[in-house]
Design a protein around this ligand. Structure first.
Ligand code: SF4
Length: 299
């Protein structure tokens, strides 16, 4: 992989042209912000400083982050604050359901910080949120982007029991870089979580994962990670460029060119992923609504 712009490690490198985004200012963006404020909801769009959040909000999509905005882990790439979390809010599931209704979302993504302070890792809060969203929005596709729940069988089963359409858990990076990039999570545990979901509910739930590129991985390591995900039965893959949220976070080692993302996307499809989103600005939930569910038996 070609390395660009790494001259001054203490300052953030200038973004290549393909990563510069226009900031849309539409009425829809303002409306979404007002609605989220009124319903006191957190979005990963803001908490993780996602570069696409202007675009997504302007289009009326958002990824809700439940169980607070304080995480018990401290991943080297993530802008969510690490602090002792507050207690869960019992009415939050209904507020997420109401926001989904008012935003008329056809595809909602629900994620959470890692709640290692809770016995079930927050799994039951996910369950309640899925149930509330479905009750108020029966036609909406529900995707969850979950932490690893320390691979606790009961926690995973709690989430699966309410049948989200898509179970997303990010591998984030290749095996060698995992200890430096992720906090407490392990490469094998994440694969085991995905494999367990596929083994338990593979016929009805799509599994999904994502990798960030540009952290120093080699192509061989990337292809191995893709193959490992396929071995775990993962159906959907996202590949996007890692961007350093602040100077306190891991530096970008490489800006991967768009044509490379196309090449990697084609490689992933050839490995059997049923849907692949690969591009510099792709994030876990970016354009998630463009994936259309078809019965899993067709694959
Ligand atoms: S577990 Fe890591 S990636 Fe997830 S919210 Fe916490 S710090 Fe961020």
């Amino acid at each position: 992989m070609e390395v660009l712009n790494i001259a001054e490690p203490k300052s953030r490198p200038r973004l290549p042209d393909w990563l510069r985004t226009k900031l849309p200012t539409s009425a829809s963006f303002t409306h979404t912000r007002a609605l989220l404020e009124e319903l006191k909801l957190h979005t990963v769009c803001e908490s993780a400083k996602c570069p696409n959040h202007w675009e997504c909000w302007s289009k009326g999509t958002a990824t809700f982050m439940i169980a607070g905005d304080r995480c018990t882990r401290a991943c080297g790439f993530c802008a969510v604050s690490t602090a002792k979390p507050f207690a869960l809010e019992a009415d939050e599931p209904n507020r997420v359901a109401e926001a989904t209704r008012r935003m008329r979302l056809k595809h909602v993504v629900i994620t959470a910080v890692a709640r290692d302070d809770l016995a079930d890792g927050g799994a039951d809060h996910f369950r309640q949120t899925i149930e509330a969203v479905r009750a108020l929005n029966p036609g909406t596709v529900i995707e969850v982007l979950v932490p690893d729940f320390n691979a606790r069988e009961a926690a995973i089963e709690t989430v699966l029991s309410v049948r989200p359409h898509i179970f997303n858990h990010n591998l984030e990076t290749v095996r060698r870089l995992t200890p430096a990039v992720r906090s407490r999570a392990t490469y094998d545990r994440s694969l085991a979580v995905l494999a367990r979901v596929k083994a338990k509910r593979g016929g009805e739930i799509f599994t999904k994962s994502g990798l960030m590129l540009g952290l120093g991985e080699t192509e061989d390591e990337l292809f191995t990670a893709m193959k490992d995900l396929r071995k775990a039965g993962c159906d959907i893959l996202t590949l996007g460029q890692y961007l350093q949220p602040t100077l306190r976070h891991l530096p970008v080692v490489e800006f991967v060119r768009p044509e490379k993302f196309d090449e990697y996307g084609a490689r992933a499809r050839s490995l059997g992923f049923v849907h692949v989103a690969s591009g510099p600005m792709v994030r876990s939930s970016y354009h998630a609504d463009e994936f259309h569910l078809t019965p899993l038996t067709e694959h």
